[in-house]
Ligand binder design. Structure first.
Ligand code: TYD
Ligand code: MG
Length: 456
């Protein structure tokens, strides 16, 4: 029997220690080191030798275009986040909270890729449960093969035998290898099992989907290294109890990141929402104070989004600041700018900000919409219903230039908005075709000017 080495791996940061310690020397967390037994490398793998035969280098212009290896799934919103379909032999990590729709999406995918052979490795649900779901969704995927397996060696064997075109592992947290003594779901198990599955995908030329759970903190359970190992990371956003689901590509070696796909969870599974702007502003009430419309950019398209703010007298010594879908620190800065530069005092008020539709806004161009919604809520005055806006706010209360103003203007005009408020710098040299659109483009230098334009 080969001699095993015992190492201690931190489940938080992945640091490796040779002896047990109560506290990780790297990330300083307590009680996170896990005993891990590692078998020695096989004898025939000599020191310095590479595991696979090397590949001859090719000149840049001789490299094959990758587009030829793409396979469209037929689900438009999914193809979009994948950067234009599935790449051969690629590994895709799909993360999201339990119940958000990961398994449902995989069933849709399987049905769309028929007749390609698909192997669904399920460590979470029995084949019966998956069949019931498929019946509910009315999908008939004769090309789908189910394997209720959690043992890595058995999974690799079944892949080798069945030779599928695509493998779905639901979820990677349930897979474990007998080579490592730590229990399933621990960092070592997840990392090592994922690594061997990805290696198999590259060698045997199948597409690999790894489903991963999200922790309470909103990060993928398992090491950050898992994200580095795969080619694409897709993340489900949206609130579980509501019907819409947003899939965002947070990493993509084969396309742009931050691309989003929008779906709606219906009785028979996920339905694509091909016009997200209409969907994100569909439920809005135009005569209520505290609502503004942002012309946002998500990946390669512009989307209009409703921003809501509720400002009410506080009953606490420390007023509440709560934000859903927008960075809380950034919101505090905007409140400070409103207070210092525009004398809009919010210190005695609770401020709640929410991005309708469960979208998470990360671009700085969302600043003005937040400021407008909060000001409107504070003054109890509804904003101009047919105005959209987009601008970054500087600490002196100035509006700073943003990216992609053209697409924002076109989307607002397309949806019938009468005006759009932008930083002045973005409106200096507008294309003649934009000037012909039936929308007034208001360039503003300061937050004060912008709020006046919006009706405050
Ligand atoms: P599921 O795909 O099982 O989530 P995950 O794999 O991410 O844990 O989705 C489960 C939820 O979706 C569950 O709350 C029921 C709901 N659902 C529908 O509303 N309609 C459907 O057709 C299906 C299949 C699920
Ligand atoms: Mg599931």
């Amino acid at each position: 029997m080969a001699k095993q080495t015992i190492k201690y791996v931190c489940s938080q940061c992945g640091a490796v220690s040779l002896k047990y310690q109560g506290k990780c020397f790297e990330c300083q967390s307590w009680g996170t080191l896990e005993e891990t037994r590692i078998l020695p490398e096989p004898k025939n793998r000599k020191e310095g030798a590479v595991a696979f035969p090397g590949t001859a280098p090719v000149r840049l212009h001789e490299a094959l275009p990758s587009e030829g290896h793409r396979h469209m799934t037929g689900i438009g919103e999914l193809d979009r986040v994948l950067g234009g379909g599935l790449m051969k032999a690629s590994a895709i990590l799909v993360g999201g909270e339990p119940g958000i729709g990961k398994s449902t999406l995989m069933l849709h995918l399987a049905a769309c890729l028929s007749p390609a052979k698909i192997l669904y490795i399920s460590g979470e649900e029995s084949p019966n449960q998956i069949r019931e779901r498929a019946q509910r969704m009315q999908v008939k995927a004769d090309n789908l093969w189910l394997a209720p397996e959690t043992d890595l060696e058995a999974i690799l064997a079944v892949i080798e035998k069945e030779q599928p075109a695509l493998v779905i592992v639901d979820s990677i947290q349930t897979v474990h290898s007998t080579q490592y003594q730590s229990s399933p779901g621990t960092l070592t198990q997840i990392r090592e099992c994922a690594s061997l599955l990805i290696r198999a995908a590259k060698q045997q030329n199948f597409i690999l989907f790894l489903i991963g759970h999200i922790t309470k903190e909103g990060t993928l359970a398992g090491p950050k290294t898992l994200e580095h190992m795969v080619d694409t990371v897709l993340q489900f956003e949206g609130e579980g109890y509501q019907r819409y689901r947003i899939i965002r590509s947070v990493k993509n070696r084969y396309g742009s990141t931050n691309e989003i796909g929008v779906f709606r969870m219906e009785e028979n599974g996920l339905e694509e929402v091909s016009n997200p702007s209409e969907f994100f502003i569909s439920g809005r009430q135009t005569d209520v104070a505290g609502n503004s419309i942002l012309a946002a950019i998500e990946g390669s398209r512009a989307i209009l989004v409703e921003v809501q703010a509720l400002v009410s007298n506080t009953n606490y010594s420390m007023p509440q600041r709560i934000s859903t879908g927008f960075d809380l620190k950034r919101m505090s800065i905007i409140l400070a700018v409103l207070e210092k530069r525009l004398q809009m005092e919010t210190w005695g008020q609770d401020v709640f900000v929410k991005i309708a539709g469960g979208l998470k806004l990360i671009e700085p161009a969302a600043d003005l919409a937040i400021a407008a919604a909060v000001s409107s809520g504070l003054m109890n005055r509804p904003l101009e219903a047919t105005a959209a806006c987009s601008a970054e706010i500087g600490l002196s209360g100035e509006l700073r230039a943003i990216s992609d103003s053209e697409r924002r203007i076109r989307e607002a005009a397309h949806l019938g908005f009468k005006s759009i408020v932008l930083p002045e710098a973005n409106t200096r040299s507008l294309k003649p075709s934009l000037k012909k659109l039936p929308i007034r483009i208001a360039g503003c230098r300061t937050l004060q000017e912008a709020l006046t334009e919006l009706g405050i």
